[in-house]
Design a protein around this ligand. Structure first.
Ligand code: ZN
Length: 185
């Protein structure tokens, strides 16, 4: 695996997804409780490696602390620490169209937690530079404590997991309206 600096959208998406697997964010339970869940999660991003769930939980906690920040310097400081932890080399390599792009390669001895830290850190730094700190947001759902990085083009995302929190908020609003109008017992 190597992280392409320009592909911060995928990396920032991973950071958001990882942070929101934490207990209490959505279902109440840890969504990365064991090695099997971790392997599945990492596989979605082309990552394999050791199954140190505790180390990944620690990286998840660090990413959460960064995504809770709204000050650009604090975000950058936190993300830089994550990137350097797993970093082996930085270099230029051609993409599929032959254009050179900056890549970050993890160190040979980097653990899965290190690789997730590197990828997440790249996502945070890229989103911060390309889109700005106001793209780091709290989930708009009353019942969700998730956070996210909005990398969408219009930048109007409101929920950490739009399919889940967005729908739940819509259903709650619908029920409230119905109840107010006496249509739902
Ligand atoms: Zn949410």
């Amino acid at each position: 695996m190597q992280a392409v600096f320009d592909d911060y959208v995928m990396a920032a998406g991973m950071a958001t997804e990882l942070v929101n697997t934490a207990p209490g964010v959505w279902h109440g339970e840890d969504q990365l409780p064991d090695e099997a869940a971790l392997a599945l999660f990492a596989g979605e991003y082309g990552l394999t490696g050791d199954d140190d769930v505790t180390a990944v939980h620690e990286v998840r906690g660090r990413l959460r602390a960064i995504l809770d920040q709204r000050d650009p310097e604090a975000i950058e400081r936190g993300a830089s620490v994550l990137v350097t932890r797993g970093l082996g080399a930085v270099g230029l390599e051609p993409d599929e169209r032959g254009r050179l792009q900056w890549i970050a390669r993890p160190a040979a001895q980097a653990t899965l937690a290190d690789r997730l830290a590197l990828l997440g850190g790249i996502g945070v730094l890229g989103a911060l530079r390309a889109l700005g700190p106001d793209r780091f947001r709290d989930c708009a759902s009353d019942t969700c404590s998730g956070v996210f990085i909005d990398t969408s083009r219009p930048g109007r995302r409101r929920y950490c997991m739009p399919d889940l929190c967005g729908n739940r908020a819509n259903v709650a609003a619908y029920r409230a309206r119905k109840k107010a109008s006496g249509g739902l017992s």
